[in-house]
Design a protein around this ligand. Structure first.
Ligand code: VGL
Ligand code: ZN
Length: 197
């Protein structure tokens, strides 16, 4: 499995119940993601975890012309990974949304701690296949999956390990359809892990 990586998108306090931009049932992605992370790490795959990591003043926030309440401000408790998320040793953290002018939804717009893009970090490890889960289906999961496909990765979206914001009630369903049309495969975490052997 050493050409496989799990990409855990934005499982942060602010996107979970009680957070500043809470996604309904956002914390329910954690059990399947913990299982996937442990299994993949144990079988020689890599784990990447993105985090929404905004400056306090950004056009992403409603008070500066954007769409969203203040959330995931760099260094705050809301921006921390959810305490139940178990990231294996060696997990690579990708910080994104760090600019003041853009939304930065995709993990492919983010950087590792040593300044590599996600694509550079994946290529350096010979990763060809990505399992993707996390928050939110209709924003950062969607944008990250579509970018991964554009970069030529094989992508499996873990359907039990994602939840959406759903500003419009069918946003997540539409995002899933869009990801599938672009070439992503959709399956449960159990199916994906089984299929990888
Ligand atoms: C996200 C809305 C605003 C996400 C980030 O992680 O999907 N959604 N910022
Ligand atoms: Zn954000």
């Amino acid at each position: 499995m050493n050409d496989v990586a799990l990409l855990i998108v934005d499982v942060q306090n602010d996107f979970c119940p009680g957070g500043a931009l809470a996604v309904a049932e956002g914390d329910q992605v954690i059990p399947p993601l913990n299982e996937a992370a442990a299994t993949i790490a144990q079988r020689g795959g890599a784990v990447f975890a993105s985090r929404d990591w905004h400056p306090r003043q950004t056009k992403h926030f409603a008070e500066f012309g954007g769409k969203w309440p203040v959330h995931c401000v760099q260094g705050t408790e809301g921006a921390a990974f959810h305490p139940d998320l178990r990231l294996p040793e060696g997990t690579v953290i990708i910080s994104k949304g760090t600019g003041t002018e853009d939304d930065g939804y995709s993990a492919f717009e983010g950087h590792t701690e040593d300044g590599k893009t996600l694509d550079e970090a994946l290529r350096a490890r010979g990763i060809k296949r990505l399992l993707v889960g996390g928050l939110a289906t209709d924003y950062c999961v969607r944008a990250s999956v579509l970018d991964a496909l554009r970069h030529g990765y094989e992508v499996i979206v873990l359907t039990d390990a994602i939840r959406g914001v759903n500003l419009q009630p069918d946003d997540s369903a539409r995002a899933l359809q869009e990801m599938q049309n672009a070439g992503a495969r959709l399956m449960s975490t159990a199916e994906a892990l089984q299929q990888l052997g």
